[in-house]
Write a protein that binds this ligand. Structure first.
Ligand code: FAD
Length: 306
């Protein structure tokens, strides 16, 4: 059995998600990694060090969803599994590939139970579904945060592949990058989340200050995003990002089911809330009952002393 993992990378850095995907699929067969895009020399080098990787394939150039799907479809003939993380690229490309190959993709996988049995959350994480697939090939997106990362120390060969037949019907006009000094939300070890109670975009600067002190990523509820207090890509939950940090500090967040769907993988939860009856306060490992505008400056002042 052979597995092709589509690596995530950005600005010349391999995403930590890729090491997790490689570890997750290692039991399925020989694992090759595909790195497609611009500025891929350094991430290809990082990918080659991951334990369990047989080969790293590189395709240098600008790829958008349709050209990446075309590239993958030329390669899939050699593989039994094509796997990507359930991030923005994987969610865009794998369903296209599935349509082209007339296969059903299995998405948001959180456990691999066997060669053709996969577990995935449904109903906003309130139930787990086991999918048994008898298809000739398996196209999977994995929630990287559900898996441990592969070790490093390997030196797999890196091989450039021919992309001459690959084209796109789309033309990239411009790309706009969100500037952030904080770690990536999807893979951060600590996340500080703010809810509607933060009250304003300026109020979120308080959340960001605490996050910076802890080297944490910043998350937000949909209510806070909809109110314009936080950018869309900070949203955590059913219709936002799925996170699995070691520590999640939820500030002024009630704990609606749709928000909880995104934080089920968090190992420890601290809730800061004025309401002792809030669902997230009841779920939290540690709850601090108090006004965030008093508690957070105190916390920051204490951290400054360390
Ligand atoms: P609220 O529920 O209003 O809670 C505010 C909390 O702040 C309360 O617990 C209150 O006690 C506390 N508080 C108030 N003042 C203070 C203070 N000064 N100090 C400390 N605490 C204070 N939501 C998401 O987050 N992510 C999603 O992906 C998502 N997807 C959705 C999808 C659908 C289809 C739908 C219908 C909803 C979705 N929602 C999602 C919205 C969700 O249902 C909730 O409305 C939202 O999560 C509530 O956000 P909140 O906790 O910020 O606000």
């Amino acid at each position: 059995m052979s597995v092709l993992v589509l690596a995530d990378h950005d600005q010349g850095v391999l995403s930590p998600a890729t090491a997790r995907i490689v570890h997750a699929v290692a039991e399925l067969g020989t694992v090759d990694i595909l790195l497609a895009g611009e500025n891929i020399a350094a991430p290809a080098q990082s990918a080659s060090t991951l334990a369990g990787v047989a080969k790293v394939l590189t395709a240098e150039g600008l790829f958008v969803a349709d050209s990446l799907e075309m590239l993958l479809s030329t390669l899939t003939v050699r593989y039994h599994y094509v796997v990507a993380s359930a991030g923005s690229v994987g969610k865009d490309v794998l369903p296209r590939l599935a349509a082209k190959l007339d296969l059903m993709p299995v998405t948001d996988v959180t456990a691999i139970l066997g060669p053709n049995r996969f577990e995935r959350p449904i109903y906003a994480g309130n139930a787990l579904q086991t999918v048994a697939s008898n298809q000739p090939k398996h196209l999977l997106t994995l929630r990287a945060s559900a898996f441990r990362a592969a070790a490093t120390g390997n030196a797999a060969p890196i091989e450039a592949i021919d992309t001459s037949g690959v084209s796109s019907a789309a033309k990239l006009i411009a790309s706009h990058r969100t500037q952030s000094e904080t770690p990536d939300l999807a893979t951060a070890q600590i996340v500080v989340g703010g809810g509607i109670a933060v009250g304003s975009a300026e109020g979120f600067q308080l959340i960001e200050s605490l996050a910076k002190k802890l080297n944490a990523a910043v998350g937000a509820t949909r209510a806070a995003v909809d109110a314009g207090y936080a950018p869309n890509d900070w949203q955590v939950g059913q219709t936002g990002k799925i996170i699995a940090p070691d520590l999640y500090i939820a500030i002024g967040i009630s704990g609606a089911l749709q928000h909880l769907a995104g934080i089920q993988g968090a190992k420890k939860i601290v809730a800061i809330n004025t309401d002792p009856e809030a669902p997230l306060v009841k779920l939290a490992d540690i709850a601090l009952i108090g006004d965030l505008f008093q508690v957070i400056p105190q916390l920051i002042a204490e951290l400054d002393k360390i």
